[in-house]
Design a protein around this ligand. Sequence first.
Ligand SMILES: *Cc1c(COP(=O)(O)O)cnc(C)c1O
Length: 498
Amino acid sequence: MNYNSTRNSSVEKSSKFAIANGISQEGGLFVPCDIPKLSLKQLESMATASYKNIAKTVLSLFLTDFTKEEIENCVNSAYTSKKFESDEIAPIHKLSGTASVLELWHGPTCAFKDMALQILPHLMMTSAKTVLDNKEIVILVATSGDTGKAALEGFKDVDGTSIMVFYPEDGVSKVQKLQMNTQEGKNVSVCGINGNFDHAQSGVKAIFTDPEMREALDKNNMIFSSANSINWGRLVPQVVYYVASYCRLIKNGDIKAGDKVNFVVPTGNFGNILAGYYAMQMGVPVNKLICASNSNNVLTDFISSGTYDKNRKFFTTVSPSMDILISSNLERLIYELCGKDDKTVAGLMKELSENGKYTVSDDVKNKINEVFVGGCCSDEETLETISNTFKKFNYLCDTHTAVAVKVYEDYYKKTGDLTKTVIVSTASPYKFAGDVLSAIAPSAVAEDEFAVIDILENATGTKAPAQLKELKNKEVRFKMTCEKEDMQKVVLEGLKIN
Ligand SMILES: *Cc1c(COP(=O)(O)O)cnc(C)c1O
């Protein structure tokens, strides 16, 4: 099976090409030509299969140019009980008669980005062997927090790769900074910049596209690549947990094979929920995909009006990983729904970059509304939901998950829909311990992040992930900061090729 570009349907590349290159030459995103199918019988027969085995089945249907051994090696290296808390990988917690929570944060960095970034380096190296003549891959990441750490953990000590992460020196939380600056591994480096996330991001983009930089890398048998969520290699591993959660619900007797389910997804860049859409196209019986946003509710408005308009105030919220106004992966959905019309997609994306907005046709809007429901909530409602969910269900959720819980509650009140529902949980509550504690015990005072973690443990009777508590005693390896103009120099010196 090959991959088209959303902006040029005549592009046909192998999955290895798509993963190694990340983005198509004319700026489009790679999408599968056909979506492979899973029958109900297959889903039923996978009810008791391990996460690894479900991953092998799903990945081999999409990545047809990988050999069976290659898929097995990638999956076996990524989803181990050494890296994840248990072999379950993505456990399901039953909340009520209708709702269950799918916990995607039992990996090394306590956020759902691990689900894809633990396997992406292996998919990428396997691809590079075939399509990049064994060049060393240099991953550059600009991060506002979660992606940087997850990418560092994924690529650490992976032969044939090196990774450099830039973060805004004053724009990430103390825990996030410590998570990155204490990173282990011989092929990693981390640098704070004097500037904000946009500066880091445009600095990385400038380095990617600079012809002299490319030449310097080429001479040294190296090539840049990207680990952000427009890479197909980050999306396809996310399809797996939608399939796996459906299989688990069958196993647990919550549903019979064939019953429809809803998924509620806390959404930013639209990568996670789009993977749910692909799972549905594969044959997982889905009633609604519920897209949950915080105050940056550009997607809620798009789903109800058909107009995507990023010209609006940007809010900094308690669910920072969803503070985003351009949801890049929406481009892939629109391509599917407008009948793979590359000209239409290219036109809409041009409007987005020139005017910051576009409107889809009535036909596309209707197709979106057949499957997707949008909803949003404020910070106040988010914190209230954390507190209520703990009181009502004795379940502690993080700020991003709370947005999904609240949007689901609103949906349920409005529709009375009794369809079994999976709420996708994207981070450990301890990764955003300060805000979570302020919801649970508003009067608690703590002198630092580690005290917050201790107080939250005592107040809730839950346990913080060891890797967050251990940060306190870890050696800080990276103290480097640079001016935003000097990022290029830092990269060349880091690679020792200047
Ligand atoms: C990245 C992230 C999201 C948003 O996921 P998208 O795939 O970008 O929609 C939600 N929650 C957390 C905790 C995240 O790190």
